[in-house]
Design a protein. Sequence first.
Length: 361
Amino acid sequence: MKIALILYPGVSLNETSAFLSVLESAHTASKTTLFTIEYCSYLPMHNGKPGLTLTSGYTGLPLTGFDLIVLCGGKNLPDLLKNEEWKTWLRNASPSLGWIGINQGGAFLKQLGVNILSLPQSEPTLNPFLAGLWLVNQINSELCDITATDQNLGPAWYAAFARSNGRSARFARSSAETKIEAEITLDGSGNQSISTGIPFLDHMLAQIARHGLFDIRLKASGDLEIDPHHTMEDCALTLGETFRLALGDRKGIQRMASTSVPMDESLATVTVDFSGRPYCVLQTRWNGELVADIPVSLVDHFLESFANAARCNLFVQVQAGQDNHHMAEAVFKALARALNQAVSLDPRRAGMIPSTKEVLF
């Protein structure tokens, strides 16, 4: 299969890279070449900006000989609708299969009047990561299972299509040590159904749902007969990954937030930045080695693992406290409030990546 990926000034690099990441995984998992990709543009695309950039090697040439043409969204896409030369160039294409439009790209193609493939999506948006999985599934359903497993989505990936227009995500993680399924809705009301086999962890995750106003469902089974380490670590990775997927390209979010929360004699401050660069700094002050029969080191490890999977910068400070339960609960309540603020949408940032880099992933 030969795929044309349309480039233009202002094309979303986040959407493009999320779409391509799945195809790259498919190439890695496959023993044969399933498809080739050409970066195509009507006008020359310059590669002079720092960071992730793409250069078109197929400029101005007729879009012929392609099986599929893909158009991602981007900040300058509406300008193409006013450009008759671009529109004529695109209309003259005749892919044998059709077109895929991601987010604004889908709306553009509808106005262009071309043959858009019927993806399992809810208009008007389509998660680019899921679009890549769908495409791989059309090429080779067995390979799609491999790719979904490589991306830690497991059997729940297809069901996520139905939710791709909202800020929700499902994620499944399975290993020899644990099996975990999670679902999150960022714009929720605090509903939760959490069962990890570790009552104290259930209690802390319930704080994230209730005080962050996230709807969370998480079910885990793990090798608790050994110790709680694997289950707590993998729950953190799974929860972090659902946040990452639900945020998508992170357009319009506040991105950064900081909250202090008291709990009796304890006080904790959590600062979070969904920068796309995972980093965790912990300044905790545990009194003894256990909290509810769990090593306090696992609380720290949970926070580190969450930050890595969510691709956020997480800074946790416990300024006061004597009781480990109180300090831990203050931390998780502060985390909930900080996450809620950081992922909230700012109308003034609508459609905008909250970074001068124009890339957060």
